[in-house]
Design a binder for this molecule. Structure first.
Ligand code: SF4
Length: 394
């Protein structure tokens, strides 16, 4: 669900054109969409289907698969059909890179969105220094020629395309003209957008990923400015590429994605970790919940503990979370003492607060409801929530 509080606190979201990808909408007024990508070989139908199902069940709303050859593109037909026969339709995106025209054309029949990379979509044979106005027009004519069949197929089925620029794979022509810069990345996207628009096709989502967070932030901000000035209100897919693993991978992804979302920029996100893709999904939802953009879990407020703490905060927070984590929509505070008053609990719906050694107080909002022995604290908290009619069975 959308969080009801945030829209009044953060800059309003960039106005974008809604783009339909299967049953999911990216952009417009739709909630920010969570997506990821499977690691399995697309030719391994049972493996790919199992991975897509697992990701979808974990909350991944859009699943991407890699399509490096025509055989992989054809395999998507089997994968889609197996999903429909044994599970349910899942919005699928095909990732097409090198010399992608024929592959993209085939796979466009079997998926809801095709991602192309402008830097790799067409082999460019021109030498550095060849880029006169005529060379550029010739390159664009070649792009138009290669893109047209794909755009025709996608347009006829009302399917989407992601123009996915990557910092590390800008075309030689863009590098020569703009250098390795945010502007080069944005112009690379703009060139493909213009060509699509000339063909009357607008179901576009744009990404401009980089592995360095400051570059990624700068390029999306520049893109928002330039595209909006040119009347190109296409939604953005945010991500930090090659963010790595573990704690720092999550920090890098969050630093890039959350900074832009807090600016009102971004309509779908992917956290790219060098780990099982299933582990990306909670990070995505955590970012969206922390910013108040979507509410998919309980919001916990807990103090860091200090010398005044009257119980083992880490243990108690863990027990409270285990007992209540399924109660989506509630705010629950766990505080070591009441020294700074109920206001410190950030107006949580319920508070579990140290009172005296061995005793805790339970709060409903700012009102102290009862004092209970610490060893019955979690049980009493659950009873309080039940008596308020806000409990649901896990
Ligand atoms: Fe310390 Fe109390 Fe603040 Fe927790 S709420 S950090 S126990 S003063």
């Amino acid at each position: 669900t959308l969080d009801p509080v945030t829209p009044t606190l953060l800059p309003s979201r960039r106005v974008t054109r809604p783009v339909q990808v299967g049953a999911v909408t990216i952009g417009g007024n739709a909630p920010v969409v969570v997506q990821s990508m499977i690691n399995e070989d697309t030719l391994d139908t049972p493996g790919a289907v199992a991975a897509i199902r697992a990701l979808h069940k974990a909350g991944c709303e859009l699943v991407r698969v890699t399509v490096p050859s025509l055989a992989h593109a054809r395999a998507l037909e089997r994968i889609r059909k197996t999903l429909e026969d044994t599970y349910q339709p899942v919005p699928l995106v095909a990732d097409v890179h090198h010399d992608g025209g024929p592959i993209a054309l085939e796979v466009a029949r079997h998926v809801d969105k095709v991602r192309i990379n402008p830097g790799l979509f067409i082999f460019r044979r021109a030498r550095l220094g060849d880029y006169t106005a005529e060379d550029i027009e010739r390159a664009r004519a070649q792009i138009r020629e290669e893109l047209k069949p794909l755009v025709d197929v996608l347009g006829a089925q009302d399917k989407a395309m992601r123009i996915g620029v990557n910092h590390g794979s800008l075309s030689e022509r863009m590098l020569y003209t703009y250098g390795d810069t945010p502007e080069g990345m944005v112009q690379s996207a703009v060139e493909f957008i213009e060509i699509c628009e000339q063909m009357g096709y607008h179901n576009l989502v744009i990404s401009l990923k980089a592995s360095r967070v400051p570059v990624m932030i700068a390029v999306y901000r520049l893109a928002a400015k330039l595209l909006d000035a040119r009347g190109m209100p296409y939604p953005f897919h945010l991500g930090v590429t090659e963010a790595g693993d573990g704690e720092y991978g999550r920090i890098k992804s969050t630093a890039g994605i959350a900074t832009l979302l807090a600016d009102g920029i971004g309509d779908t996100i992917r956290v790219s970790l060098t780990e099982d893709p299933l582990k990306e999904i909670p990070v995505c939802y955590g970012i969206l919940q922390a910013l108040g953009l979507r509410r998919t879990m309980v919001e916990y407020v807990a103090c860091p503990s200090c010398g005044r703490t009257l119980f083992n905060l880490e243990t108690v927070l863990h027990r409270v979370r285990e007992a209540t984590r399924h109660l989506t929509g509630l705010n629950i505070a766990v505080m070591g003492c009441i020294v700074n008053g109920p206001g410190e609990m950030a107006d949580a719906d319920y508070g579990y607060v140290g009172k005296t050694p061995g005793t805790i107080s339970l709060y409903r909002g700012r009102e102290e409801i009862k004092k209970v022995p610490e060893d019955r604290g979690v049980e009493e908290l659950v009873d309080l929530i039940k008596s308020d009619g806000r409990w649901v069975e896990p």
